[in-house]
Structure formats: C-alpha cells, structure tokens
Design a protein around this ligand. Structure first.
Ligand SMILES: [Cu+2]
Length: 176
C-alpha cells in the first residue's frame, strides 16, 4: 500500500510537470507570426496543391505575390504521418522539443494521430499555419502573406523529416 501511494504521487508529480511544460510551449504559439496572417476564404486568389510523402514536398518551391492569400490543399500521399507547417527555420527549431514529446507520448504514431490523447494533453495542434495529416488525409491551409517580402517556407516537423528533406521555400515575386 505504501509503495502504491508513492507511485501514484510520483505519477501525479510527473503529469503536473508535463502539463506546465505544455502551457509554456503554447505561449510561443500565441505570438503573431512575422510571415503573414490566417487568410480568409473570400480573399483567396489561387489554390495550390501540395503533395507530401517520404520524404518530400511537391512542389518544393512556391511563388507568391506580396499580400496574396493562398489556399494550400495539402495531401498526405505517404505511408506515415506528415505535417505542412508554414514558418521560419527559427519556428521549426523551437518546435522540435514539442514534436519529439508528442511522438514519445504516443500522440503521433508512425501512421496515426491520436487526437484524443492530444486533446487530453492540451495540444490540439490546430494552428492556422499548419496541418498534421495521417496517410491518405487532406486538409486546407488558407494563409495571407505579408505586403513586404519576408523569410518564410514550409516544413514537416515530425522528428527527422525536415532533416530528411521535407522542407520547401516560399518565394515572393511580382506585384500584389
Ligand atoms: Cu513528414
């Protein structure tokens, strides 16, 4: 009995520690991004299909006009979970720990996303600049790019994937 109580206390302490880390990680998500804002459907000027697989994005480079609102239709044609995440290298680097923990905790399995577990852990992973997809799934990301050219690209943050080549460029061209 003594041992059991100690074990439960330890588990509870561990869970609390984890929860506070999650809260801290979420604060980072609240900062306004430098590379645009969530887009509105009635402002969309172009729809661009982005295919994901092991370990690629197709296309790997996308031209946008300053101020343009794009509807990205993202399709996971691969055999494992992939993410399309608009952002900067800095964002992705600071995102690594969170994604590694989501994998370690079983929220992201090889070919499955445990949405229930994510919800329970307070990690909805439904940011407007990003979509995380199981094999065969598709989703839309509507994004308005800023009026001035800035550093932005897209990457898959499932551990190891960006390093293996799942990263692409957004190139600002022409007039809005
Ligand atoms: Cu991936």
């Amino acid at each position: 009995m003594q041992t059991k109580t100690t074990l439960l206390t330890t588990l509870a302490a561990g869970f609390l520690a984890m929860s506070s880390t999650v809260a801290l990680a979420d604060i980072g998500h609240g900062e306004p991004p430098t590379y645009g804002t969530p887009g509105e459907a009635h402002h969309v000027s172009r729809t661009i299909e982005v295919r994901m697989g092991e370990m690629f994005f197709d296309p790997k480079s996308i031209d946008v006009a300053p101020g343009e609102t794009i509807r990205f239709v993202v399709i996971n044609e691969g055999d494992v979970v992939h993410e399309f995440n608009l952002g900067t290298e800095n964002d992705w680097v600071s995102h690594i720990n969170e994604m590694e923990r989501m994998t370690a905790e079983g929220m992201i399995d090889y070919d499955r996303i445990d949405h229930e577990k994510m919800r329970a852990m307070g990690m909805m992973h439904s940011d407007p600049n990003s979509t995380l997809l199981e094999p065969g799934e598709r989703a839309e990301v509507i994004w308005r790019f800023p009026d001035e050219a800035t550093e932005v690209g897209f990457a898959c943050n499932v551990p190891g994937h960006r390093e293996a080549g799942m990263v692409g460029n957004i190139v600002f061209r022409g007039e809005s």
